[in-house]
Write a protein that binds this ligand. Sequence first.
Ligand SMILES: [Fe+2]
Ligand SMILES: [Fe+2]
Length: 400
Amino acid sequence: MLDKSATLDESIVNQTFNHLDGITLKSSDTNILHVICEHAQTKLMPTSLLGFDIRVSSIADKIPLEANSIIIDVDLNNTDTLAKLAAFRKNAPSRCKQIFAITKGNLQEELQARTLGGRKTIYRPLGDSALAQVIEELRALSGMPVSATKKAVNTAAKTLEHTFARFGANQPVDLGDVASTGEEIANTIDGIGVNEWLSTVRAYHQTTFQHILIVTGLACSFASSIGMRRVDIEKLTIAGLLHDIGKVDIPAEILDKPGKLTPEEFDIVRTHPRAGYRFLAKQEGISEDVLDAILHHHEFLDGSGYPDGLAHDQIRDLTRILTVCDIMGALLERRSYKEPFTVAQSLAILLQMARKGKLEKVLVHALGKALENNVNSILEKPDEALIALAPLYLSPAEMP
Ligand SMILES: [Fe+2]
Ligand SMILES: [Fe+2]
C-alpha cells in the first residue's frame, strides 16, 4: 500500500513538528536564523539558505525576543556588549537556540562563550559553509527533511562528475542526462530563486563543480528573467554545464594558481574551449549553438578574447550570454585564494568591462535584473578601486 505520508508537502511536515513540539508557531517563524553582529556585516552572508531566511542585525539594535535561532557574532570581551547580551538572554525563551561565533583556535573566546551559557559555537567567518552547517543542525532538530535545494545541488554535481569522467575516458557523454539536469536546475531556481541556489552551491561545492553550478544557475535565472524560449533555455543550460569540460586535462596547480600565470601556463589554459569543442563535436545530437558557446565562451566583443579572437557579430547571442554568466560566476565564487565578491561588486566589474567594449552592456543589465539588483545605482557610483583590483581576483582561466 502506498505510504501517503511520503507525499506530504514539506511545509505541512514542518508545521506538524512545530505543533508536536508543544509550541504552535507558523512555519515561517521557525525558519528564520537571526545573526547578531557588531556592525551588521552582511558582505558574505546569504539572505536565505536551505529553506531558512537569514536576518542580520547589529548588536546596537533590539535583539528579537521571538527568535528561535540566533548566532551571536560579537566581541565577547566588550563589557557593554556583554551587558546587552545578558539582558537578552535573561528574557529569551528557553526554546531559543543560541550559537556563538568564535575565531578558530581562540581559547579565550571559546571559554567566554561557554561562560555565557552557549552550548554551541561555530567558527568565523559566517559565510555560506558555516551557516549551512548550523542550518542543517536546526533542520535536523526540528525534524525537517533534507533541504530540496541541497538535494538538487548534489544531484547536479553527481551528473557533472559522471559527465566530466566521460571526457577523461574519451567516451561520449549522456546528453539526455545533462539536459534533464539542466531542466532540474532551472525548475529549482524558478522555485527558490537564484540567490538561494548560489548560496547552497557555495556551501557544498567548494572546488571542482562550484563554478559550473554557479554559471549554470546564473544562466537559468537570466533566461527565465528575459522570457527566453524553452528550447533556448535548454541550449543555454546544456552549454553552462559543459562549457569548461575541456579543463579536465589541465593540471589543478595551473587552474588554482593564485598568482599570475606564466605565458606557457596561460597557453595551456587557453586550450580548454577547443578541447571541449573537439570532444563534444564528435557526438550526435548536440546543437550548433551549444558547440559554439563551448568553443567561444572566452571571446570578447572587441576581439581580445580566445581561442579565435572573434569580434562583434561573429559571436552568437547564446555565447555572449554564457560569457557574461561565466565571468559573473567567477567573481561570485569562493576560491582557495579569494572570498566571493558581492553581487553589486561583481556587476560593477562587468559594467566596467562593458564600458571597455568587451561585453554587451544590455546583457549585464539583464543579468543584474535577474539578480534583483539595481544596476543603475552601481553605474552611477562604480567602485573604481575595486574594479582596478578585479583581474587579480579572477581565476586565471576566466581572465580576459
Ligand atoms: Fe572557460
Ligand atoms: Fe567557466
